[in-house]
Design a binder for this molecule. Structure first.
Ligand SMILES: Nc1ncnc2c1ncn2[C@@H]1O[C@H](COP(=O)(O)OP(=O)(O)OP(=O)(O)O)[C@@H](O)[C@H]1O
Ligand SMILES: Cc1ncc(CO)c(N)n1
Length: 431
């Protein structure tokens, strides 16, 4: 059964940090978020323009409404205003608290005044698990932090002197190692730099920590898991939000399911054209590949083969069932990410001429032009071929052919923005 996690945080209109990231994080971890709005920010990925502070009484009433109905297992406190500290401290009494002492946005907007920080230290740090980044830990403890050793010192001070239950000093601004002090013990949680957007990392980290605590994990395990969660959210943060993507794993799994269905349906339609298709199936077999936004590639296991007068898929649609088409497709997607599907046919001049007549964009590569070092590397041929064909045409090709490669058999690759488009192109080509 999902556990209730209370989140007291601000809205980020840019959809990167704050409550939106928090709700996604708790949902991605399969627990139930209880969102309490503490502020509304006027914000985009580049700047925070301003903030509307929720009156303390509205925060108090929000918390009361959910406390009366839910068994709350953890509370995450994010962006708050000084005036609300007292109400929050009173209303969250007795709950396990994770306090992310948000003082300024990454872009430099100041949320908490020095007096607010004083109140925070007095009323909310004691008893909480605090998760400051390096600058926040410096402000809270007065310790200048330049090393992991300094992080350890600051974490200890937060617990021993400021009475926090535990402290996680986050190394996102230093070396990606996080330092946890808890129960008189120091834990170093090493991390590696993840490439991607980092707006929202602090919010997702403290909320993931709250969710893992709600699941009943011990603190060191919960911190480790929260850190890995954020690394994934950074790594798969490509896209519009210019921020982390806490639900990448759900999206990836949903896309797996949908892509498998989409390709399976398309293969069925293709097989219905069996008699027309038969003579265009390659000697090595024809395959049909579809990529997800996460660059996972489905294809037909064992390929599609000639069968009497018709054609037949040998096995089911599976992940990574075609190495050649996967590499061709991923290379094409580096230039044109909107291309998602590809199918190979036996080469014939007739098909190439038909493609041109139909107005499809046709390009090619010639293995005789392949540089020696690519040839020797062997596995780079497909990538080199696609890149050569793309650059030759100067725009997105629908068809790429070559006159001898892949077991030396000449081949035509039919690309499309989805599996259906490829089926349609094949239908036009062979009819
Ligand atoms: N580029 C990165 N690669 C890997 N881990 C990172 C990266 N940036 C931050 N982290 C990790 O993300 C978590 C959040 O830390 P960070 O120091 O970024 O918090 P923050 O400064 O409060 O975040 P925000 O910028 O959202 O305010 C930590 O576990 C940190 O180590
Ligand atoms: C609403 C909100 N909370 C937290 C942060 C810190 O990243 C932010 N920029 N906006």
């Amino acid at each position: 059964m999902p556990m209730a996690v209370l989140i007291i945080a601000g809205l980020d209109t840019g959809g990167g940090a704050g409550l939106k990231a928090d709700i996604e994080t708790v949902s991605a971890l399969n627990e139930h978020p209880l969102p309490v709005v503490s502020a509304i920010t006027y914000q985009n990925p580049n700047e925070v323009r301003g903030v509307f502070i929720a009156p303390p009484e509205t925060i108090r009433e929000q918390i009361r409404a959910v406390r009366d109905a839910f068994d709350i297992r953890a509370v995450k406190i994010g962006l708050i205003h000084g005036g609300a500290i007292e109400a929050i401290a009173e209303e969250t009494k007795g709950l396990r608290k994770i306090l992310d002492p948000v003082m300024a946005s990454t872009s430099g907007f100041q949320f908490l005044s020095p007096e607010d920080v004083g109140r925070l230290k007095k009323r909310l740090v004691p008893g909480s698990i605090v998760t400051p980044n390096v600058p926040e830990a410096e402000v809270l403890t007065g310790i200048k932090i330049n090393s992991v050793e300094d992080m350890r010192k600051a974490a200890r001070v937060l617990v021993e002197e400021l009475s926090a239950e535990a402290a996680v000093v986050k190394g996102g601004h230093l070396n990606f190692t996080d330092v946890l002090y808890w129960n008189g013990e120091v834990f170093e949680i090493p991390g590696e730099h993840a490439e991607g957007f980092t707006h929202g990392t602090g919010c997702a980290f403290s909320t993931a920590l709250a969710a893992f605590i709600a699941k009943g994990l011990r603190l060191p395990e919960a911190v480790e898991k929260a850190k890995r969660f954020v690394e994934g959210a950074i790594r798969f943060s490509r896209g519009e939000g210019k921020a982390i993507n806490p639900i990448w794993e759900l999206q990836r799994d949903a896309q797996r399911w949908r892509s498998k269905e989409e390709l399976g349906d398309a293969v069925n339609r293709l097989v219905k054209m069996g008699e027309l298709l038969n003579r265009h199936v390659a000697e090595v077999g024809t395959n049909f590949a579809l990529a997800t936004d996460f660059n996972e590639v489905f294809a037909v296991k064992g390929r599609i083969v000639r069968y009497d007068k018709t054609v037949k898929p040998v096995g089911p649609v599976e992940l990574n069932a075609s190495d050649h088409l996967r590499r061709a497709l991923l290379k094409m997607r580096e230039f044109y990410p909107e291309v998602k599907a590809v199918l190979n046919l036996r080469y014939s001049e007739e098909l190439v001429e038909k493609a041109k007549k139909l107005g499809l964009k046709v390009s090619f590569y010639d293995r005789r032009e392949e540089p020696e070092e690519v040839k020797r590397a062997e596995r780079g041929t497909m990538e080199w071929g696609i890149e050569t064909a793309v650059k030759r045409l100067g725009e997105r090709p629908d068809i790429v052919y070559h006159l001898g490669d892949w077991g030396k058999e000449p081949m035509i690759l039919v690309f499309g923005s989805n599996a259906e488009e490829v089926v349609e192109r094949v239908r036009l080509l062979i009819s």
